[in-house]
Design a protein around this ligand. Structure first.
Ligand code: GAP
Length: 465
């Protein structure tokens, strides 16, 4: 089973400390969210899984962490200043503001049974382009609109990779094909953010830019599409809730020759099956567009397309003696969207022997914020408490462990099930005599007696550590 809708995850997240509305004590700020004690652990585990899989397990990827605020020229030559916009319409009646291409996804504020523009009272303006980049000014400027101080918060992490292509190539002594991976914040002044952490104005991306010979691009593109589907499934997301979508020519970004999105069933409650799906990630063939536009190299007709860049970003192949611009294959996925999909897919319910419905978050052990909770059966027995605290301390360097004695054992188990802790370890009266504890399994509620001497290895094996 998976969550029946996003609302179920919103309420679980707030109740248990995964995600809170940002600036809540001042009335919040539309579609801004803060990640609580469990949310930050889950997000970190997702990022670590991606980084390990990309940078450590492959031999052809380097890591990078570039600046959020870059020289404005980066966004001029990338094309974002002129093309990174959404078509926007206003309604003169309700004063609502909507994305023209997403009218079907929202309700008319005055008549929620229809979409904007469908009621006779709706009075939409002509569409106009709205640039999504957040603007800021750099330095102590005299006026807020001083054009020489204008800068943007990056709307994608990718451009920092392209501008560092030669730095990484030269310092790491790489040859094609190779990739550069980056995880970091991105910002977009979205016209219609919403659906919890699905679309927000501040979010985090995990992006790989993989540089290849032009003739290899199509094949590498397909290989990365397939391998990313497998990585998403390795996070515990069911293949039945994923599908591929080939973007149409009209939908392609200005730099892309082909983009395949991997969609997740974010809206299972929608009656129309087609509308249940939305983008989890995109995998684009960006061609040689990016290195070409950021390069100082003269074009063949002698005209420089970029008079501001100081670097030639073409690649010299010593084996063939050719110089050319590599093609770039770009798998790009949001941390926050991945987290939402992971939480939705892990959600399940089970009825206990008393007829009470319990939530079990069946997170993969790799992603679970807490791997093991150590619980004393009697918190008024100092020897039991001491033994439980000692076990927690012993486990902690190897796995994220917590000690909890703030309720009866049934309540403590239920609490850990709801946040996805794969194992609970209970210290009881017998433990003092036999030096053994009860290990309880989250997904089956089965229990097993394990000697304290064997406990760390037992859990390590089960957790795959
Ligand atoms: N560099 C390519 C790029 O940025 P994109 O399809 O615009 O492509 C990639 O974004 C991924 O980033 C999306 O598939 C999604 O997971 C995430 N993402 C994009 N905009 C987002 C937003 N407003 N809120 C949350 N995640 C977002």
């Amino acid at each position: 089973m998976a969550a029946p809708n996003i609302e179920t995850i919103v309420s679980l997240s707030k109740r248990r400390g995964f995600v809170f509305p940002a600036s809540d004590i001042y009335g919040g700020l539309g579609s801004s969210w803060d990640y609580g004690p469990l949310g930050v652990e889950l997000a970190n585990n997702i990022k670590q899984s991606w980084w390990r899989w990309m940078v450590y397990e492959r031999d052809d990827i380097e890591g990078l962490d570039s600046s959020i605020i870059q020289n404005r020229l980066v966004w001029k030559y990338s094309g974002h200043e002129t093309t990174f916009s959404d078509p926007l319409v206003d309604c003169r009646t309700c004063k609502g503001r909507f994305r023209l291409d997403k009218l079907q996804d929202v309700q008319c504020p005055n008549h929620p049974s229809v979409h904007p523009g469908e009621d006779k009272e709706c009075n939409l303006t002509e569409a106009r382009e709205f640039n999504l980049m957040f603007r800021t000014t750099v330095g102590a400027v005299s006026a807020d609109d001083d054009p020489s101080a204008l800068a943007y918060l990056r709307p994608e992490t990718a451009q920092g990779i392209f501008t560092n292509f030669a730095n990484v190539l030269n310092t790491s002594r790489r040859k094609l094909p190779f990739g550069i991976a980056q995880i970091g914040k991105a910002f977009r002044n979205e016209v219609t953010p919403g659906n919890f952490i699905f679309r927000t104005r501040e979010f985090e991306q995990m992006e790989l830019e993989y540089f290849v010979r032009p003739e290899d691009a199509a094949q590498v593109h397909q290989e990365l599409i397939d391998s990313f589907e497998k990585w998403i499934e390795s996070l515990g997301i069911s293949g039945g809730n994923l599908k591929f979508y080939e973007q149409t020519k009209e939908e392609l970004a200005h730099y892309s020759e082909r983009t395949v999105d991997i969609l997740y069933r974010f809206f299972p409650e929608r009656v129309d099956e087609e509308k249940q799906w939305d983008e989890l990630m995109g995998i684009a063939n960006r061609t040689d567009y990016d290195l070409r536009v950021h390069s100082k190299k003269p074009e063949q007709d002698g005209k420089r397309i970029n008079p501001d860049s100081t670097e030639d970003l073409s690649y010299f192949d010593p084996q063939t003696n050719e110089r050319f611009y590599p093609y770039i294959i770009e798998p790009s996925i949001g941390v926050n969207r991945t987290m939402l999909a992971v939480l939705m897919d892990a959600y399940s319910e089970r009825t206990n022997e008393k007829g009470e419905v319990r939530v079990i978050l069946k997170l993969s052990p790799e992603l679970a914020p807490i791997k093991v909770a150590v619980l004393p059966l009697a918190k008024n027995k100092p020897e039991i408490v001491e033994m439980a605290r000692g076990i927690k301390k012993d486990l902690q360097p190897t796995m994220r462990a917590v000690y909890d004695d703030t309720g009866g054992i049934g309540k403590l188990y239920a609490r850990q099930d709801e946040i996805g802790t794969p194992f609970c370890v209970t210290v009881d009266h017998e433990s003092l005599g036999d030096n053994a504890v009860t290990v309880r399994f989250r997904d089956t509620w089965e229990q097993e007696r394990v000697s304290v001497d064997q406990l760390k290895n037992f859990l390590r094996e089960k957790l795959g550590l």
